[in-house]
Design a protein around this ligand. Structure first.
Ligand SMILES: Cc1ncc(COP(=O)(O)O)c(C=O)c1O
Length: 389
């Protein structure tokens, strides 16, 4: 039988490819973004207890009420906005489902959706599945004068047309490790003043910012929050990426539509995981301690890379850092990442993979993304191998 693919250009993701290569070459995998350590035993215990307590059947479609209450409390403490647990908070199957449900709920065939390039790989196929047209606006790449990536909001605004339905942003940003500053939020406020679009704000790394810099959520500005869907992930926050529990906060008029898709995609999310998370989150230290925990790991890898010919760049947030190999090779990023895997046994992700056209010159800045959500012994082994490059 002949089938007509809805996503003809989608193949295996770079994360799977690099992880497979890492397995083949027994490489230390600093590629895919997941911790190689367990969640807090207290969280595992809380989930176990929930199972023993009989919390094993379908929970409410929008999420276990105590977890929605814990999310409301955390969001209010951190960003000053109280989302209504009945109508504005939805627990989803990872941030992935919240993103996918948002695209499905709001993007109509022919609508344009602006994404900032480089971007997390889910956005483009998800927009296409909904019949939308992705419009990529590149970040300004690092150069000698400004050695980090940044968004040119004028350029973003110029990309808005009468067909633009949505702007997708992701800060702390994967893969460039930059965070929002107040001027970015000011620029976004001006954009929403002038254009009737909504913002899908992927904030899965909201708790991973460093050097005393706080994540600035769109929830902290009423004008933005009114138009925004804010997505987060307990997988990233509590070192449990395999549990696939996330959530989104959005005004009721948006949440209602997202829930219509959520209801018929997964209906709900495993109840003991939700109940365990709710009871664990009663102590705010569980998330307040994360910046210090990850900053130590970031600094460890940064210092380790300084002992090699790689040049680490500053990372303001996420559990990644970028490093340049301009002193080592002229190869395009994908080729160099494969070579590093095969010849030296270290897996990393080429930043070019987060571009619409990974082989173009604009996508290749001789940068690799390394994940530092690893135990010190893993980072030690990787650094030892990278010293040989
Ligand atoms: C920017 C970004 N958004 C969303 C996700 C997916 O999160 P989850 O595992 O909770 O679905 C990831 C995971 O890597 C990510 O990096």
């Amino acid at each position: 039988m002949q089938i007509k693919s809805k996503l003809p250009s989608v193949g295996t993701t770079i994360f799977t490819t690099m992880s497979q290569l890492a397995l083949e070459h027994k490489a230390i995998n600093l590629g895919q973004g997941f911790p190689d350590f367990n969640p807090d035993p207290a969280l595992i215990q809380a989930v176990h207890q929930a199972m023993l307590d009989g919390i094993n059947q379908y929970p409410a479609m929008a999420g276990y009420p105590a977890l929605r209450a814990a999310i409301a409390d955390k969001t209010q403490r951190r960003y000053g906005r109280l989302y209504d647990i009945d109508s504005e908070i939805t627990v989803t199957s990872g941030a992935t489902e919240a993103l996918m449900a948002s695209f499905q709920a709001f993007v109509h065939p022919g609508d344009e959706v602006i994404v900032i390039e480089p971007f997390y790989d889910l956005y483009i196929p998800a927009i296409q599945l909904a019949g939308g047209i992705p419009v990529a606006v590149p970040m300004t790449a690092p150069d000698a004068a400004v050695p980090y990536y940044r968004v040119d909001w004028d350029r973003v605004e110029k990309a808005i047309s009468s067909k633009t339905r949505m702007l997708v942003i992701n800060f702390p940003h994967n893969p460039t490790c930059t965070i929002l500053c107040p001027q970015d939020l000011d620029a976004l406020e001006q954009i929403v003043d002038r254009h009737p679009l909504m913002i899908l704000s992927d904030e899965v790394y909201e708790h991973l910012t460093f050097d005393q810099k706080e994540h600035l959520s769109l929830a902290s500005r009423p004008k933005l929050a009114e138009r925004a869907i804010i997505v987060s992930s307990f997988g990233k926050t509590f070192h449990a990426t395999g549990w696939k529990v996330g959530y989104c906060c959005a005004p009721a008029y948006l949440s209602t539509e997202i829930r219509k898709v959520h209801q018929y995609t997964v209906f709900t999310v495993p109840s003991p995981l939700q109940a365990g998370l709710a009871s664990y989150m009663q102590d705010p230290a569980t998330w307040e301690s994360l910046p210090a925990f990850y900053q130590e790991k970031r600094d460890y890898l940064h210092q380790g890379l300084q002992q090699t010919r790689f040049k680490p760049m500053p990372s303001e947030g996420t559990f990644f850092l970028l490093a340049s190999y301009e002193n080592i090779s002229d190869l395009p990023e994908l080729d160099f990442a494969k070579h590093l895997n095969q010849a030296y046994g270290v897996g990393a992700i080429p930043v070019s993979a987060f571009y619409l056209n990974p082989n173009s010159e604009q996508a290749n800045h001789r940068l690799l993304r390394f994940c530092f959500a690893k135990q010190p012994s893993t980072l030690d082994q990787a650094i030892e191998r990278l010293q040989k490059v």
